[in-house]
Design a protein around this ligand. Sequence first.
Ligand code: PLP
Length: 222
Amino acid sequence: MAALDRSALAERYHTVKASLPPHVTLVAVSKTRTVAEIQALYDLGHRAFGENYPQELREKQPLLPADIEWHFIGHLQRSNVKYIAPFAHLVHGVDGVKLMDELDKRAGQHQRVQDVLLQVHIAQEETKHGFTPEEVGALLERPWRWGNLRLRGLMGMATNTSNEQLVQAEFEGLGELFRRSKPHAGAAFDTLSMGMSGDAPLAIAAGSNLVRIGTAIFGERH
Ligand SMILES: *Cc1c(COP(=O)(O)O)cnc(C)c1O
């Protein structure tokens, strides 16, 4: 593996930071990155990191500073909740009520309140997970039955395409759902997680206040 180029990392990081309006939170997506790469970004002052794979996160987390905020942004299986339940700062990919039951149970065992986002399926691809907008509406109309889960907002991924109009329409749909949902959700409902390296400006224009960016900070994944 090539030696870690700290100055190139710092330059990319500061370029990304400078491109974001102040109200937008940056989660640095560190899946497949080494502990040394994550530590280098931490040393530049960054604290919010996003990971996709429970086992990978579980291995890296004890090797890195305890004040890192670990965002779980991948697809989460119920059987893997136990690996991240002790420390996850925010779970973005919550896409079913059985997963919510498990997250609630594990949070209770650790005497934590787990912050979560509901993932909404906005893309045309079959492979993207999430609730439909209608299901989100129905969920918010019923009493919240997960005492250890605090609903912080919504998350979505646009179709992976060069068709900007499609991506824009998908983000605008989720932005609209977020604003419509707010009056029916709790006071903590304040986070709209959408946008990655390739589409963050479109997401922010549609109301995103949290972007998940990997490649633009760390370089291409191998
Ligand atoms: C990998 C990933 C990202 C980051 O993608 P980049 O294109 O590297 O910025 C963001 N969100 C999710 C859910 C991801 O899986």
